[in-house]
Design a protein around this ligand. Structure first.
Ligand code: GLC
Ligand code: GLC
Length: 655
């Protein structure tokens, strides 16, 4: 008896057989050698059936399905044929070492090319800086050509084929990629595939009345459909513009725009869009990219009557892209950017979808724990939400270029007696500095007076108290702010996954209030935490070394650098395995990291007062009687109580 699966597999095999002649033609035109051709074919044999199944689910009802699947296959083949030899060499290596990204040696950083280094060629001169800091992963914020005026920090892309001329050229990008590769640093770029800018060629063709390209987007003649959709949609940028649709004067039609009015959502129910974006993806990957950050994954599929976020088809789509990457650019990883409810975040993470993912829940709850000085909600959440499928990893971060949203689960909060609505309000009050005694200096982002919803902007240092401390010139407060920052880094670097710094954090950069002077930025408070790198800090660092009188900046830099270096020396920090320790103290987060027989215990005090934990807890969790804190070399015996200083974090190795 043949099952439904057999049926699809049979169709898949037959389709591939029928497509062979076209595939042979690609090989002939591109003149690649037999070895390279066979490599592709071996991977195709492995991934074709699942790929076909995924595309069949999405598009088999289309009259022209066979045409599109043919085009998809040929696009993949051309992508591989055009892939430069040095990247193919990395592919071969990674096929044999698929878990390279789980190493304790990986540490990431993210930056804006213009704000950090001016342009791509200047950035090449800073590779030494990244190495010195200990980075092995570098995420450059979107650097492709953008529309004039507001471009949402590079997320409104006019073409994926050229770099923003202010930053350089594709050739500069390739050169930088090669330099980074030689320095052992992986390069990460965004794949902004949910939307294009309104001046992308496809959008312009649509505007000119071209029907084929109007079908690349969601375009409606009147309000009827948009209004039906609106009933179940949320608003992403409510202070900038209401609703999810934008009237286009030229076309006299409505366009779906989930984000800004100039960011047109692509219509993936049209297989031509899938194929066209595949070609863009392979082009980007072939410039020398190791990891693609899949932007706004939650939004890529729409269905009437739903929230149009996190729909099952969104996963099917990403899985299809993943299989195509396995076939055409096998060394490439996907990182998911799903800043949504924790139940939905994990659904994007698997070996055959996104191998790595931002961990927005951990990020938000670390800030939550700092505000409350209590780790109960963090622990309640980690207990059942940290574990991931095999061959995947979290990307742990504290701040990024976006706002902080309090994306914990209401039921997790409820379970420990916290009212989620009130708690979010408290956190917003706290991080905007309204709450009495708050050390934070954040500002509101997208406050929605109707729903009470609000997110927070601000740099790590300003949120952790450094801005207030510097303004009051209060040494004690500076010390506390420094400790808070190191506490958060200490968790992010040790809890399991890829730690990701948002560059500037290593200097404790403060909020930049000058963004309001630029009209293209003034309406978006996220620019407050996107300051320009202040290279004069590096001179302070030199003085620090020469004269021995540390400024707060050089202390922050040195301590961060040291933690990164320590991480790399601790094999227990590889992989994802993490077990919580019941510390019996609601201010102390405790966990053991385990990897191939190595263990490290981490204890983190989120309170501004000293806290104790029974040494016996360490003995059972760490299987030893004496432990050394590798951060300051102090030794502890499990026969005694352990005292943690305010905001102290310990990384304990058995001695
Ligand atoms: C992602 C980006 C954010 C951008 C949005 C639209 O969420 O991180 O900065 O505004 O996508 O592209
Ligand atoms: C949406 C995105 C999130 C981003 C935000 C922009 O919620 O999912 O990634 O941070 O918009 O503020």
């Amino acid at each position: 008896m043949s099952t439904a699966q057999d049926e699809i597999d049979f169709k898949a095999d037959l389709t591939l057989q029928r497509l062979q002649p076209q595939l042979q033609q690609v090989w002939q035109t591109s003149q690649i050698d037999d070895v390279k051709q066979h490599e592709f074919e071996a991977r195709l044999a492995e991934h074709w059936r699942p790929l076909f199944g995924l595309l069949f689910q999405l598009y088999s009802s289309r009259y022209d399905f066979f045409y599109h699947i043919e085009q998809v296959l040929l696009t993949a083949a051309r992508g591989w044929a055009e892939r430069p030899e040095d990247l193919c060499a990395i592919d071969r290596h990674r096929i044999n070492e698929p878990n390279w990204f789980q190493s304790e040696r990986i540490s990431g950083g993210a930056l804006y090319v213009d704000l950090f280094g001016e342009n791509l060629s200047k950035l090449r001169e800073q590779v030494g800086y990244f190495k010195n800091l200990g980075l092995t992963y570098l995420h450059l914020m979107p650097l492709f050509a953008v529309r004039p005026g507001n471009n949402d920090g590079g997320y409104a892309i006019s073409t994926y084929r050229s770099v923003d001329p202010r930053l350089g050229t594709i050739e500069d990008l390739r050169l930088l990629a090669t330099d980074l590769q030689q320095a052992g640093i992986s390069l990460v770029l965004d794949f902004v595939f949910n939307h294009t800018s309104d001046d992308h060629e496809w959008a312009k063709l649509a505007q000119s009345g071209n029907r084929e390209f109007q079908e690349y987007y969601y375009i409606f003649p009147d309000r009827e459909k948009p209004e039906q959709y609106e009933r179940t949609l949320r608003e992403i940028f409510p202070t900038v513009r209401r609703g999810n649709f934008t009237w286009h004067d030229g076309m006299q039609q409505w366009v779906w725009t989930s984000f800004n009015s100039f960011q047109w959502d692509l219509n993936y129910s049209n297989p031509a869009v899938f194929r066209a974006m595949l070609e863009e993806m392979l082009f980007i990957a072939n410039t020398g990219i190791d990891i693609l950050r899949l932007d706004a994954v939650a939004f890529i599929w729409k269905k009437m009557g739903t929230s149009c976020e996190n729909l099952p088809e969104a996963h099917t789509l990403i899985q299809a892209f993943n299989r195509l990457a396995r076939i055409a650019t096998p060394g490439l990883l996907f990182k998911s950017e799903a800043i949504v409810h924790p139940d939905d975040v994990v659904k994007y993470i698997s070996e055959y979808e996104c191998q790595i993912s931002y961990n927005p829940t951990l990020m938000a709850l670390l800030w939550e724990s700092l505000a409350t000085r209590n780790v109960s909600l963090l622990i309640q959440t980690l207990r059942h939400r940290y574990k991931l499928p095999k061959n995947t990893a979290w990307v742990n971060y504290l701040r990024c270029h976006d706002d902080i949203g309090w994306t914990f689960d209401d039921a997790d909060a409820q379970a420990i007696g916290i009212n989620a609505y009130d708690h979010r309000k408290f956190l917003n009050d706290f991080y905007t500095g309204q709450f009495p005694g708050s050390f934070a200096r954040g500002v509101p982002f997208q406050e929605n007076h109707e729903t009470g919803d609000m997110r927070i902007s601000g740099t790590m240092a300003s949120l952790a108290g450094l801005e207030q401390a510097i303004e009051e010139d209060n040494e004690e407060k500076k010390e506390l702010a420094l400790r808070r920052m190191l506490l958060l880094h200490g968790v992010s670097l040790s809890i399991g996954g890829i730690p990701l710094l948002y560059l500037g954090e290593e200097w404790g950069m403060l909020n930049d209030y000058d963004f309001v002077k630029d009209p293209a930025k003034a309406g978006d408070s996220r620019w407050i935490h996107r300051p320009k790198m202040q290279w004069e800090f590096l001179e302070e660092l030199d003085d620090h070394i020469k004269l021995g009188n540390g400024s707060i900046r050089s202390t922050i830099f040195r301590s961060t650098q040291k933690l990164i270096a320590l991480r790399k020396s601790l094999p227990a920090l590889a992989g994802q395995e993490m077990e919580l320790i019941a510390t019996a103290n609601e201010h102390i987060l405790g966990y053991v990291r385990l990897y191939e027989g190595n263990r490290l215990i981490v204890l983190a005090n989120f309170s501004d007062e000293a806290q104790v934990i029974e040494g016996n807890k360490l003995r059972t969790a760490g299987l030893g009687r004496f432990f050394q804190n590798v951060i300051n070399d102090k030794t502890y015996a499990t026969s005694e109580q352990l005292v943690l200083e305010p905001y102290q974090i310990l990384w304990l190795n058995r001695v």
